[in-house]
Design a protein around this ligand. Structure first.
Ligand SMILES: Cc1ncc(COP(=O)(O)O)c(C=O)c1O
Length: 397
């Protein structure tokens, strides 16, 4: 039975805090790269829930794990042990090569956790005076929405009237290794950076940036923290985006696609000498490491490997980038990207274009007024990319 879109829009606007401005499309079904709205209209999902759906919508193997695990054991809390948490640790070790992990729920919590770990490491290993630890971050960063994380945002909209803020952070320009070197003091414990600033509009740093970052951090005994929540797990054609520069950060945060699109789960990955500082009582979460989420996350990682989605993302990313770059439109300022993380910067309002694309069966979301992100599920095919490019060409023409 056709349901009225107006009814859902009205319910949402009367009861929901207005902290989002979604397109007025009410979805009710998804499969692979496709979604359907309540009127039965079919769309190609070119956002993949901000890269949380790398494995596609409703992957059959994930459905099977969700069904089985939901009937077996969902939650133990960390007061007791379960079998799925250690199995996920093992899978994360195989996937990342790191040797210790701490599981949380949202991406923001993973970054908060990494900040706590870095501060601890600074006090206990580096001998920094208590409460003096500094962490260096980049302009235009996006690491999440908690009070501490917005404390070091350079985006006024994220901060306005939410103060007072957490001290201990220093902001430097993104992509500028010399600025990092100059900003380090004896109290610096870490440099926290996104390998590509996706939320800021797919901003790619200059070549060798991360290599320089790694060597500056090593020299100054400062931890290098890579936030791979959006860029990791195959999105940029590598397991982690930093692999492009063959670096090895001390701490890595992941989230989003670790969920398989089903159940929020995030993690900090690192080496034992840092993570072992989190003794019992120092940190935790009721749902962090629950068997339901862990079983799903292990399957989500397995799918990336078994279906070769990481190299597919690299290959299809090159294909898609070239096709988008060939669109001849005065409305396009620049097309840039790595793997299937592509930003199309426009000279006009991106939202207006997104609305037109939706009419054509393409779901995209504007980022920072004038950038559209093309970040489909990694299970997309060449034909589906062709379909998307044709629709962009039509709308931008
Ligand atoms: C790089 C990065 N870090 C952290 C986050 C926050 O993740 P979450 O929304 O799950 O808290 C995001 C979300 O977009 C992100 O892109």
């Amino acid at each position: 039975m056709t349901q009225s879109i107006a009814r859902f829009l009205e319910l949402e606007s009367s009861f929901g805090a207005p902290n989002y401005l979604p397109l007025d499309i009410v979805l009710e079904k998804g499969e692979g790269v496709w979604v359907w709205d309540i009127l039965g209209k079919k769309y190609l999902d070119c956002l993949a829930s901000y890269s949380a759906l790398n494995q596609g919508h409703c992957h059959p193997k994930l459905i099977s794990v969700v069904e089985t695990q939901s009937k077996t054991l969902s939650l133990t809390s960390r007061a007791f042990r379960n079998t799925k948490l250690p199995e996920l640790y093992e899978a994360l070790h195989r996937f990342s090569g790191k040797d210790m992990f701490l599981l949380m729920n949202s991406g923001a919590e993973a970054v908060e956790t990494a900040i706590k770990m870095a501060r601890r490491w600074g006090y206990r290993h580096k001998g920094i005076e208590r409460d003096k630890a500094e962490i260096i971050v980049c302009e235009n960063n996006f690491h999440g929405r908690t009070t501490t994380l917005i404390s070091f945002s350079s985006e006024e909209a994220y901060k306005k009237d939410f103060g007072p803020f957490t001290p201990g952070f220093k902001i430097i320009p993104f992509g500028n290794a010399a600025a990092l070197e100059n900003a380090i003091t004896e109290n610096t414990v870490a440099f926290l950076v996104e390998p590509i600033q996706a939320e800021a509009g797919v901003l790619i740093p200059p070549d060798h940036y991360l290599k320089s970052v790694e060597s500056i951090c090593k020299k100054a005994n400062v931890l290098f923290i890579a936030d791979e929540i959006q860029t990791g797990l195959g999105r940029t054609g590598e397991k982690f985006c930093f692999e492009r520069e063959s670096v090895n950060p001390d701490l890595i945060t992941i989230g989003k696609a670790l969920s398989g699109g089903y159940y929020p789960i995030s993690a900090v990955l690192g080496n034992k000498n840092i993570l072992e500082l989190m003794e019992p009582g120092s940190h935790g979460s009721t749902f962090g490491g629950n068997p339901f989420g862990c079983a799903i996350a292990k399957q989500a990682l397995d799918i990336l490997i078994e279906e070769d989605l990481i190299s597919k993302s690299k290959e299809l990313g090159i294909y898609a980038l070239e096709k988008f770059q060939k669109i001849n439109s005065p409305l396009i300022k620049e097309v840039r990207g790595i793997g299937l993380l592509i930003g199309i910067e426009l000279n006009v309002s991106a939202r207006t274009i997104c609305l037109k694309l939706a009419d054509e069966g393409i779901l995209c979301k504007d980022t920072h007024d004038n950038v559209i992100r093309f970040t489909p599920p990694l299970v997309i095919t060449k034909q589906e990319i062709d379909f998307a490019v044709e629709k962009f060409r039509k709308v931008l023409g």
